[in-house]
Design a protein around this ligand. Structure first.
Ligand code: WT7
Length: 654
């Protein structure tokens, strides 16, 4: 692996980590996973293990074959038919959980809405009927662009109910990013809101949709939730746009769920890869639902009376799997929050936990580090004694943040589950089972039952304990992506060509003497900023789209808060002067093209970029410069003087 791999620096320290947290005996006694034989069972008979998990779902028609593996395509639970919305809503609403809270929604300004399973069933059915009336049929794609409001999961489940494939686009993405995703999916319907609330201001959504639709000819209908009202300044285009409430006013609250084949696509979710074009990750119905139902039950130890809160936005996979499908498939009570953790003050998360008696809380290391900075006095003001389990996801959690989380949020009582997975894996892959696994701060511990992982070298050979390498998954699993929407070739090439027969994750990892995995960050051209994936190529294309820019190279450099920050090295076109404000203009340009999450933290003007003799930019050396390290191997450079000059200049300016 490249010596400049992010995380490498802390690696030696990580592997020295000696703190151990064995499962608490009281917790272990009642844990959903309390028999250690589960690992052995799944290892010996993975298909039997997964079949038994899948049978916890309600099937309209039972499956006949567990797995068909025609590398690199897996099909799970063949012959089976089910409906995801039926599993997440109706089977609870029609049973004991009819009056149980399914979603406890907290709006940023403090408004609340609680939906019982019975109410959720009616709302989902009405929305499903509305979609049918717009002409949406099974297999059609529906794009959803909303903030964290109840209509978002309602819309997703309504699609699932009629077999339509939803494509949720995170509300922070720009009009242009939204347009690309609508066009790639060829959606005819877009469901959105006038705007959303964020730190007291209005985030316009409908206005972005209007811009996006200037170049998205497939769209015939737009439905708009009035979340904000006047302040959003949303305009309606007659014939195309309609108001959500008016749309559904006359719809019946009864709609039969469509029986779907296990392999029918449930949704597409776009994520960044190593090229400029985002990948539409396709997830199936039966396998995906089995993966998220199982992991929620075993990793989060979800119980009937739990109040569960995953703080992720539904626009990312974490929200799909662990705000919507996983917990609802378990019949849980889910907290959903619209706003920011520091508005109106830095105690907002802890206030919500106290108010609703949250038992299980799941967030990202970057959020934990922000709370660390704000100080333990904020959580100390609230009663957090309801918490019994904490989770972490999105990036490696540094042991310091792990310990802070454990002490100041968990009160030194609760287990922490560090969960490694990806948009592509659909569900958690590497994580402790809280009643069984001893944890080590900073390690996601071991693959879950039914999952097999390895760390391999460039040639694909397993590396010895302690050595670094590439993380691969060596068996198909039910919730794995089925393909990349419209580009099966890219699916094969990205995940299955580097190490034939094994799924390439794009992550570096080490495994210690106990077989524990320590994740080291991406080894490809993907940056992880605050747990969000950003492709360096996407940012580079946005930069070169600016009239002043000739060339751009973008890298992720270490950042104490965000995990990684975006650093852009830019050469300007002939005759362009470096003016005040140009850096800011470039940053704004990128935010406008992709979304605020992709805004570069540093923009650095270079006379030339370091390239190999064949003209390839050596980003590895740029990372060395940005992280203040000695330069790695420069022998393949066309002109080693370029990088030396750049380094000197960077040190002077930074
Ligand atoms: C990438 C996937 C899966 C939910 C959110 C991100 C990194 C994720 C961990 C973890 C170390 C992690 C990896 C992975 N990652 N969780 N617990 N420890 N790294 O989903 O946007 O698809 O990103 O996030 O680098 O490849 P995503």
């Amino acid at each position: 692996m490249a010596s400049s791999e992010p995380g490498q620096r802390e690696l030696e320290a990580l592997l020295q980590e000696t703190r151990r947290f064995p499962p608490d005996p009281t917790f272990a006694r009642t844990a959903n996973a309390r028999d250690p034989a589960i690992y052995e069972w799944a290892r010996r008979d993975p298909e039997g293990y997964w079949a038994e998990q899948a049978r916890r779902l309600a099937w309209f028609r039972p499956f006949e074959q567990v797995l068909r593996w025609e590398e690199p395509h897996a099909q799970w639970f063949l012959g089976g038919q089910l409906n995801a919305a039926y599993n997440c809503v109706d089977r609870h609403a029609e049973g004991e959980r009819r009056n149980k809270a399914a979603i406890i929604w907290e709006g940023e300004p403090g408004d609340q809405r609680i939906l019982t399973y019975g109410q959720l069933q009616r709302e989902v059915a009405r929305c499903a009927n509305g979609l049918k009336r717009l002409g949406v049929r099974a297999g059609d794609r529906v794009t959803i662009y909303m903030g964290m409001i109840p209509q978002l999961p309602i819309a997703m489940l309504a699609c699932a109910r009629i077999g339509a494939v939803h494509s949720v686009v995170f509300g922070g993405f720009s009009a242009e990013a939204l347009r690309d995703r609508i066009n790639d999916a060829r959606s005819e319907v877009v469901l959105t809101a006038d705007g959303g609330w964020r730190r007291g201001s209005v985030v316009p959504l409908k206005a972005q949709v209007d811009l996006a639709l200037e170049g998205a000819p497939s769209v015939k209908h737009v439905v708009v939730v009035r979340r904000v009202g006047e302040a959003a300044g949303a305009r309606f285009s007659p014939g195309r746009d309609r108001d959500w409430e008016e749309w559904l006013a006359a719809e019946s609250a009864v709609c039969d769920p469509e029986p779907m084949d296990s392999e029918a696509p449930l949704f597409i979710l776009y994520t960044s890869g190593t090229t400029g074009k985002p990948k539409g990750i396709v997830h199936s119905t039966g396998g995906y639902l089995t993966g998220v139902e199982t992991t929620c039950r075993l990793v989060f130890d979800l119980k009937e009376r739990d109040v569960y809160w995953c703080a992720a936005d539904i626009g990312w996979v974490t929200g799909h799997s662990y705000v919507v499908y996983g917990p609802l498939a378990n019949g849980a009570t889910v907290v959903m929050y619209e706003g920011a953790p520091d508005f109106p003050d830095r105690g907002r998360n802890w206030q919500i936990i106290e108010r609703y008696g949250v038992n299980i809380f799941y967030t990202a290391p970057t959020a934990i580090r922000a709370h660390m900075r704000w100080g333990p006095e904020w959580p100390a003001r609230y009663d957090l004694s309801s918490l019994r389990l904490l989770g972490s996801v999105g990036e490696p959690i540094n042991p310091e943040a792990w310990m802070w989380y454990w002490e100041h949020i968990g009160g030194k009582r609760t287990p922490i589950v560090d969960t490694w997975w990806q948009t592509e894996t659909g569900a958690i892959m590497i994580a402790p089972l809280p009643g069984l696994t001893e944890t080590k701060p900073g390690s996601a511990t071991r693959p879950l039952p039914g999952i097999e992982a390895e760390v391999v070298d460039q040639q694909g050979r397993p590396v010895p304990p302690g050595a670094g390498g590439f993380l691969v998954l060596t068996r198909p699993w039910p919730s794995m992506l089925r393909t990349i929407w419209g580009d099966d070739r890219r699916y094969r090439e990205t995940y299955w060509s580097r190490f034939p027969g094994r799924y390439f994750t794009g992550d570096g990892a080490r495994r210690d003497e106990d077989g524990y995995f320590w994740l080291l960050g991406r080894v490809d051209d993907v940056i992880n900023v605050s747990g969000h994936r950003i492709g360096t190529m996407e940012v580079e294309s946005a930069l070169v789209d600016h009239p002043a820019v000739a060339e751009a190279a973008v890298i992720g450099r270490h950042d104490d808060l965000k995990g990684q920050a975006i650093a852009a090295f830019v050469t300007l076109k002939e005759g362009v002067a470096v003016e005040d404000g140009l850096k800011e203009a470039l940053r704004r340009h990128v935010a406008g093209k992709i979304g605020a999450i992709a805004r570069p933290d540093d923009v650095f003007f270079a006379a030339e970029l370091p390239k190999t003799r064949s003209g390839k930019i050596m980003r590895r050396l740029l990372r060395d410069i940005a992280e203040g390290r000695a330069l790695g191997d420069t022998t393949t450079l066309a002109d080693p003087a370029v990088v030396e000059a750049l380094k000197a200049q960077y040190q002077e300016e930074a």
